[in-house]
Design a protein around this ligand. Structure first.
Ligand SMILES: Cc1cc2nc3c(=O)[nH]c(=O)nc-3n(C[C@H](O)[C@H](O)[C@H](O)COP(=O)(O)OP(=O)(O)OC[C@H]3O[C@@H](n4cnc5c(N)ncnc54)[C@H](O)[C@@H]3O)c2cc1C
Length: 384
């Protein structure tokens, strides 16, 4: 083992990679993150991610305390109900979700993925390098590893962490036998801003909850309303004390254009779509496809789709990782979706990426301490 300080390279500035970078930075370990998106605001769709107590615990351990408070302050209001409905908006089942909103860790939180990313990028400005598309790595006999990027540059360190999501190029080189399986489901999602008019489209329990619409022909739709503590004019009036102050002085608000929205996601088997939605890049065409497939649904549900902004439309091919046998460890490793992609329906992908990041961070802090102990000059034994 060499006794030089540990140098960690992370590929991917997503949920897991950024959480890990914070934890390592906090522990004084040298870390650099390389992200393919061109800029801080590039790349991501702003859909809801549910952060569980597991995810919050990992974030609390890795983030500086004030940034963890910003994460809590920037969550959307928590849903109050879980509802199951027919496509005619008839209630099949509805229950209240326990209200433990005031507990910063032991509560279920709703966060917009774009906002979470802006929170996680805060304070890492000198560590995250954008417009760096990883292409391959090379492991050297001296224990170092070099990552190569599409622009012809490279970075060398002691450990390469692939936090590069479902299609991870790090995984494809390191564990080429690790496969992804299609679930057969494809989702089309979209958003519309919350206004006095759009609010009226949803019954109160749906507006204040998470709802699943179960329709004939194996069609389904999930609906969330996301309301935040700020709007285009800054912090909303009536948001008290600490949260208002934290949001007002959080520099990430400059980059985050998230505003109150209703989000819906329509899903069914790939066989039931008239054409493959994954090949359609035009938001208006995706919207029309959902409208054509939901003829006969409650007019308010269809109005919600019709009034969605075409630029917010996105598709998700729902895939899952095929588990593999344990492998020989080395100076390359993987966290999050890169090694275990899961269906969004389980609501645990981000939480597991955060747990991976916190666990790896702990192990690396131990390894760095071990290196530094082994680099201390030997002291002569004291005589009695
Ligand atoms: C609609 C939807 C809803 C979801 N809801 C939930 C939920 O409620 N709860 C939950 O826990 N999870 C949810 N998930 C899953 C969750 O979003 C993911 O599991 C989580 O973001 C994975 O984090 P990650 O860090 O592994 O990867 P990501 O956050 O995907 O980050 C990967 C990063 O790597 C970058 N990258 C990729 N290739 C390269 C390259 N070649 N070079 C450099 N950078 C690269 C990407 O640009 C990206 O920034 C949902 C997912 C979807 C699609």
């Amino acid at each position: 083992m060499t006794n030089k300080p540990l140098n960690v390279i992370i590929i991917g500035a997503g949920t897991g990679g950024l959480c890990l970078a914070h934890g390592l930075k906090k522990a004084g370990i040298s870390v650099a993150v390389y992200e393919r998106d061109r800029t801080r605001t590039g790349g991501l769709q702003g859909y809801r991610v549910g952060i569980s107590p597991d995810g919050s615990r990992a974030l609390r351990k890795c983030l500086p305390p004030e940034l963890f408070d910003v994460f809590v302050a920037t969550c959307a209001r928590a849903p109050k109900y879980f509802n199951m409905l027919t496509e005619q908006f008839s209630e099949v089942l509805s229950f209240e979700i326990a209200d433990n909103d005031s507990d910063p860790v032991n509560s279920e939180k709703s966060v917009s993925r774009m906002t979470l990313r802006q929170v996680l990028l805060t304070g890492l400005e000198d560590i995250v390098h954008f417009d760096k598309k990883f292409t391959r790595y090379e492991q050297h006999p001296d224990g170092k590893v070099t990552a190569y990027f599409e622009d012809g540059t490279s970075a060398t360190g002691d450990l390469l962490v692939g936090a590069d999501g479902t299609n991870s190029p790090v995984r494809k080189q390191y564990l080429p036998h690790a496969a992804l399986e299609n679930s057969g489901l494809i989702s089309i999602g979209g958003k519309l801003p919350i206004t006095e008019e759009t609010k009226k489209l949803l019954p109160p329990k749906v507006f204040h909850g998470i709802s699943m619409v179960m329709a004939p022909k194996a069609y389904s739709m999930i609906i969330h309303a996301m309301e935040f503590k700020w709007d285009r004019n800054g912090v909303k009036s009536g948001i008290g004390g600490n949260d208002a102050e934290l949001i007002a002085r959080w520099p990430g608000l400059l980059y985050d254009n998230t505003r109150d929205y209703i989000m819906w996601g329509f899903s069914t088997s790939h066989r039931l779509y008239p054409a493959n939605p994954l090949q359609i890049k035009d938001g208006e065409a995706l919207k029309q496809m959902v409208l054509n497939m939901t003829k006969g649904w409650h007019p308010h549900l269809r109005a919600m789709v019709a009034e969605s902004d075409p630029s917010t439309m996105f598709t998700v091919n729902i895939r899952t990782s095929v588990p593999i046998e344990p492998w020989q460890t080395s100076n390359v490793t993987l966290i999050g979706d890169a090694i275990h992609t899961m269906t969004p329906g389980r609501g645990v992908g981000a939480n597991t990426a955060l747990r991976d990041a916190e666990l790896l961070c702990r192990r690396l802090i131990e390894a760095a301490a071990e290196r530094s102990r082994s680099s201390q000059p030997c002291t002569s034994m004291r005589r009695r």
